[in-house]
Design a protein around this ligand. Structure first.
Ligand SMILES: Cc1ncc(COP(=O)(O)O)c(C=O)c1O
Length: 490
């Protein structure tokens, strides 16, 4: 029987080895070295197609703006563009990358809490679909820049409507206690101040984003309903909006294989195993809104609306695998190396000092070459990435190991060290894993390489993209030692 983590025609076990889109993961590791990120173009397309299907569930066009923050490698952006996605950017840098790879201005929206005048200038000059204003102050700033350029800026207002989602606290973005957006009252004041015929500001939409890895469909219904209620008031203030933006946050199921999830708290398990079908989510949400529009006899307000979503994780999360090699192995007594405790336990036994060591149960520690400098969320959010042996993917993964990365921090580990059951206590792999065995961390495509850094002088990894035509494309070179110096001045 196939392990639960396999996905037909994508992640498979052949000859006991992990294959990604038919390509042997160990062959890739041998060819390119590790750590190595492997992305699948087919999977990206599959994920975008899945999101596009959601358009069938609503009565208006759906614009899918991939959230570049999840992964803005140029070839990944190209793959998203080729698959028919539009783009959400979060800085002048991402805007630059978007335009450079060939997204048209009308395909781009620009989020962010702290945009500079220069960034606004670039966005207005380019004539993008919408700048998502994050505060009243920022709308005024956009107006000043637009006046100077003598151009009309398309602006959408980001709301914080106090919608709670069952995601991690740090991933909540629609609460008044968060740093994002503006209160609905402020937005309404803005719509009253800048009329629909304003020369420099085209206030054309409203936006919210409830958070990332949202496990519940109801949060989206509540969010769309909130947008609609605001739309109604904005309409009464004399504006006809052209779009509503529901943000991102569709989850990835990180626990398709639950074999190593027993130690996780129930809440953590539900969170990582969240699974929502975008089409179902939007159907539910649209139904709620349509009903209230019909009851209030204002269904026409939905007539010319385009609905935007900003999915990041659900496009790229499961399209990326991180290959890593075991570089070191050691044995330590259980209980975090607390010898004294173990010795204490044995004091009343018949043990002699000589056989003490053999009686103490040891943990086997495996030290890999993939640390939190390339998988930051494993450290910050204690994110669970399922681990398999790429060389022995078909064997039983039932032996417990303590897995850790190469960095000089005690927190650079793949298991729970805080006693909070946010990660498993051990990682499960086949028996007798030794140095040089190649392992694979699954679902690593989102918020990984987008956040990587050269801590400990570690060269950032190479990345390959498995193209739809079967070719293996190198889409990021591994850093050289020289790259570690590139911007240092001395
Ligand atoms: C404004 C905004 N839109 C979209 C996203 C993408 O979210 P996700 O990757 O969960 O789909 C984020 C991420 O936090 C965001 O802040």
């Amino acid at each position: 029987m196939n392990p639960a983590w396999t996905i037909e025609n994508y992640l498979e076990v052949k000859n006991n080895r992990l294959h990604i889109n038919g390509v042997s993961a160990t062959a890739l590791a041998e060819q390119c070295g590790t750590p190595l990120f492997v992305f699948s173009e087919t999977r990206i397309r599959h994920n975008i197609e899945r999101l596009k299907r959601a358009e069938r569930a609503i009565d208006c066009p759906l614009k899918i703006c991939y959230a570049a923050k999840a992964n803005s490698n140029m070839a990944i952006l190209r793959a998203v563009k080729d698959a028919g996605g539009d783009l959400e950017v979060n800085s002048g840098g991402e805007l630059f990358k978007a335009l450079k790879i060939g997204f048209k201005p009308e395909q781009i929206i620009f989020n962010g809490t702290s945009k500079t005048k220069t960034e606004l200038e670039e966005a207005i000059e380019a004539g993008i679909y919408a700048i998502q204003a994050d505060s009243f102050y920022e709308i005024e700033l956009i107006e000043i820049v637009a006046q100077r350029l003598n151009k009309r800026a398309n602006v959408s207002l980001r709301l914080v409507p106090e919608i709670e989602s069952d995601t991690l606290h740090g991933l909540q973005t629609a609460l008044l206690t968060s740093k994002f957006g503006m209160m609905p009252d402020e937005a309404l004041t803005a719509f009253r101040r800048w009329k629909s015929d304003d020369k420099f500001l085209n206030l054309c939409g409203i936006h919210l984003h409830i958070g990332s890895q949202n496990p519940k469909s109801e949060s989206y219904s509540e969010a769309l309903q909130t947008l609609f209620e605001n739309l109604r008031e904005i309409n009464a203030a004399g504006h006809r909006l052209s779009h509503l933006n529901l943000g991102g946050g569709f989850p990835v199921n990180y626990l398709r294989d639950q074999s190593n999830a027993g130690d996780l708290s129930a809440a953590q398990r539900d969170f990582f195993a969240a699974e929502l079908e975008p089409e179902t989510v939007l159907r539910e949400a649209w139904k709620v809104v349509k009903q209230s529009a019909a009851e209030a006899k204002i269904a026409h307000l939905l007539g010319n609306i385009e609905l935007l979503i900003e999915p990041g994780r659900s496009v790229i999360g499961d399209a990326g695998v991180c290959l890593t090699t075991v570089r070191n192995r050691k044995e330590r007594p259980v209980e975090n190396g607390n010898w004294k405790m173990e010795i204490g336990k044995l004091e009343n036994s018949e043990s002699t000092t000589q056989n003490l060591k053999s009686e103490i149960q040891n943990d086997v520690w495996l030290l890999t070459d993939a640390g939190f400098n390339i998988l930051l969320s494993m450290e910050t959010y204690k994110w669970y990435y399922h681990l398999v042996s790429a060389e022995r993917a078909g064997e039983a993964h039932a032996t417990k190991y303590k897995l850790a990365g190469p960095l000089c921090d005690g927190g650079d580990v793949y298991f729970d060290i805080e006693g909070q059951n946010r990660l498993p206590d051990y990682r499960l792999l086949p028996e007798n894993v030794e140095p040089n065995e190649v392992l694979a961390l699954l679902n690593c495509g989102a918020y990984s390489i987008a956040q990587m850094f050269q801590y400990n002088g570690r060269q950032l990894p190479a990345i390959v993209l498995l193209q739809e035509n079967g070719e293996v494309e190198l889409i990021r070179k591994r850093d050289s030692y020289e790259d570690l110096l590139i911007n240092d001045v001395w």
